[in-house]
Each structure stands twice: as C-alpha cells, then as structure tokens.
Design a protein around this ligand. Structure first.
Ligand SMILES: Cc1cc2nc3c(=O)[nH]c(=O)nc-3n(C[C@H](O)[C@H](O)[C@H](O)COP(=O)(O)O)c2cc1C
Length: 418
C-alpha cells in the first residue's frame, strides 16, 4: 500500500501557481555597486523574490548613478539601504542587523573599487560596512572594463577574497558597454541565480558521495539524416544532478541531446546514443557511490545504419530494430556498494510494472512516474513521483522537479545510512 505524504517538511509549496524553491524564506543580501551592469541587478532581485527569498538591497552612492533605490524597493517590497548613518529608526544599527539576518550575501555588480575596499577591510559606506559584518556565505560578481579586471591590483584583490572563502563568479567575455571586447561582463541574472541557489542549500549530507546521473533522451541513427528518439527533455535528471551538487556531492551528469543549460558545479558528459550512454555510465560505475538513471534510453535501435540517406520509394517501409544494451540491468548485476535508483515512465499499471522492474534489475529504488497524470513526466517543470523500494512505496504529491529531486535524494540518503 502506498501512502501519500501530506506532512511535507521542506517548506516548499505551490502558492498561486508559483513553485517555491530552495530559496524560500531565506534572506539574500544583494549588494549593488556603481557599475554599468547595475541595471541587471533589478532582474536578479526579481528572480530572487519570485523564488521566495527575502531580498535586502544595499547600494553604494555610485550605484545610484545607474539605477535608483525605488526600482529595488518596488521589486523587493523592502527598503533599499544606502546610508550607514540613516536615522529613520535609531533602535537598530542597520548595517549590523542586515549582516546578521542574511542567509547569503551576493554583490552584483562588484566594481573594482568595491572589491579593493573589501579586500582591504575598508568600511566607509553602507555596503562595505555591512559586508565586513557578514558571516554568511559570500558571492562576489566582478563586472568592469577588461583592463580594469585584468589589472594586477584587481586580480590580487580577487585572490585575497577567494583565500578568505568568497566565491568569485568569473565574468563573461564579450562586447562591453565601453566598446572593448574581452572579459568583464556581468553574467546574466539567471546564471547568478543558479550560483546563489547552490550556496543557499544548507543540506550538505552528500559530501563524499560520487554520483552519476543520467538525463535526456538518446538518439538512434537510421541513416546520416534521421534518428529514433523520444520526448524526454532532461529536466528531471538535470534537477537531480544540480540538487546532488548543491548538497555537496561530486556529480557526473551523463546527458543525451537536450536544450538545457549545462548545470554549474557538475561535470557533464554529452552522449548521443544508447551505446554511448552504456559506455559512459559503465566506465564510471566502479568509482561511483550512487547512480540515478533518469534518462529515457532507447530500448531498440535500427539493426543497421545506412551509409547514405534512405530514399523514399512507393509503398511502406519496415525497419528491423534490435535491442540496445540494458544499462540498468548491467549495473544491477555489477553493483557492489553502489545505491542504484532507476526511473520508470509508465502509461498503465505503473506500480506493478515498477515493482517488477525493481526486482528484475536488482536495484534498490525505482522512481516511477505516470505519463498520464497531470503535471507528471516529459517536458513539464513538475512531476508526481512514486518512490518504490523492496519494503516501501512513497507517493509524493505534485511538486517542481527541483523539489522532487531533493525528495528523491532524501530517500536515497536515508536508505544509504540505514
Ligand atoms: C559610465 C560609467 C560606467 C562605469 N562602469 C563601471 C563598471 O562597470 N565597473 C567598475 O568597476 N567601475 C565602473 N565605473 C567606475 C565606478 O563607478 C567608480 O569606480 C565608482 O567610484 C565606484 O563606486 P562604488 O564602488 O562605491 O560603487 C563606471 C563609471 C562610469 C562613469
């Protein structure tokens, strides 16, 4: 008998159609200094708010030459701070309060000037005073002209910050606002958001684990032009890879062809066919401690691959297909101490088929999803997973694939420790 877990401990719920994330309820201190990219920080603040974070913005005076506090106040629904001697509420010392309340600090954009001040421990305005009092994880996002960035002084200052535990996000390369082409562009808000999510994760129970995650479809060539494939978007596997990395694991993501951004903090191995996937996974299996197979690997491939394009003729065409190698079964046969979780995508008899798969493949868990359940399966951002082990069956409610990934890892870690 499966039970549906109603008492969902992780504070992530569906509210007004928006799925809350790992940042839900966390306080992010967003420092904005006086660079041309300051306008992009408004989008970053907005992303953080949508993710459920409380966002406190602290701006330098120079930042206000580029963007006004009213923009941040409208987006965050909170006061944007800029004056260390602000006298509005004498009962609080605001720079200390802000620092103490922060779950995470991110300075984006960080000017050469602000980087230099922080490296020297200068605290002569609201931003630098707050930063000096912060003890939370700290991310700095330099953005400036290439020569300013490559200047020995800036590089030495960034080295100092790295040595002191800051995460320095490398600027992107491209055409800069000043007209120069080179490194120094502030990364896009989406990319910064991904880094923030990584450092906002306060579960580090997977440190020391070496995890292989597979994701996406495979392509089985028919001729140089055509292939057989399926609708897998790769989103579930990518969410698992990211979640495991956020929790401290060393992650290798073996990915079929998808249109998703490569996750940061994860080694990604691109493959095309089921045979490539077999090789990529089995060659790494011995060194791994956990394998989660979320890819939709082709069960059959064309028996022969034509050297030239198969020409259209009158009448029907039959394609002889042959079985691909069964990766999950092979891992089940070879497993020593690894925890293996397979996925099953069903359209009928989901529980029965998934239980049979668990036994047949000799693995410890099957994460089953039914393509016919609303919000589950391919292409969507949500899933409805049922986690089946030899002695349990946990039916998770509809949730984002990110949350489902964490729940799946929770269950794996619980069983690994038992
Ligand atoms: C139009 C303009 C654009 C600027 N862009 C940058 C920039 O992208 N990065 C940077 O480090 N400095 C930039 N500066 C210089 C800084 O604004 C200047 O060093 C300022 O003192 C920084 O103050 P803050 O660090 O307190 O914000 C720019 C200046 C101007 C006038």
């Amino acid at each position: 008998m499966c039970y549906t877990e109603l008492n969902f401990a992780r504070k992530s719920a569906v509210r007004g159609g928006v799925f809350k994330t790992m940042l839900n309820g966390k306080t992010v201190l967003l420092g904005v200094s006086g660079g041309i990219a300051a306008y992009k920080s408004a989008s970053l603040a907005s992303l953080l708010v949508k993710a459920g974070a409380v966002v406190d913005v602290v701006m330098t005076k120079a930042a206000q030459q580029f963007i006004g506090p009213a923009t941040f106040e409208a987006l965050t629904h909170r006061r944007a701070w800029d004056d260390v001697f602000d006298r509005a509420d004498p009962s609080r010392v605001h720079h200390i309060d802000l620092a103490q309340n922060a779950s995470l600090l991110v300075i984006a954009p960080a000017t050469a000037d602000v980087i230099a001040k922080i490296a020297c421990g200068i605290a002569d305005d609201m931003l630098t005073s707050t930063v000096l009092a912060c003890t939370c994880p700290r991310i700095i996002v330099p953005a400036m002209n290439t020569h300013m960035y490559e200047n020995d002084a800036t590089q030495a200052n960034l080295r100092t910050l790295r040595e002191r535990g800051w995460f320095v996000m490398e600027p992107a390369a491209g055409r800069l606002a000043c007209g120069d082409v080179g490194r120094g562009k502030m990364p896009e808000p989406d990319d910064i958001f991904e880094v923030i999510e990584h450092f906002a994760c306060d579960t580090h129970d997977m440190e020391g684990e070496r995890v292989i995650v597979t994701a996406g479809p495979t392509r089985e060539a028919l001729d140089p032009v055509r292939f057989l494939t399926n609708h897998s978007s790769g989103r579930m596997g990518y969410a698992i890879a990211r979640a495991a990395a956020d929790r401290g694991a060393q992650v290798t993501l073996v990915s079929g062809p998808v249109s998703l951004k490569r996750p940061r903090f994860v080694e990604t191995v691109d493959i095309t066919s089921a045979a490539d996937m077999f090789e990529a996974v089995t060659s790494r299996f011995e060194q791994s401690t956990i394998v989660v197979k979320a890819a939709a690997v082709a069960d059959y491939r064309p028996a022969t691959v034509a050297d030239n394009k198969i020409k259209k003729k009158d009448g029907d065409l039959s394609l002889p297909l042959e079985r691909t190698q069964d990766i999950l079964k092979t891992l089940g046969e070879r497993r020593t101490n690894q925890f293996i979780c397979g996925f099953s995508m069903e359209t009928e008899n989901m529980l029965e088929n998934s239980r049979a798969k668990l036994v047949k493949k000799n693995v410890q868990m099957i994460a089953a999803n039914n393509l016919k359940v609303a919000g589950a399966g391919f292409g969507v951002d949500t899933n409805v997973l049922t986690l089946i082990t030899p002695d349990s069956c946990l039916e998770l409610p509809l949730m984002s694939k990110e949350e489902a990934a964490h729940r799946l890892l929770d269950e794996i870690m619980k069983r690994k420790k038992a």
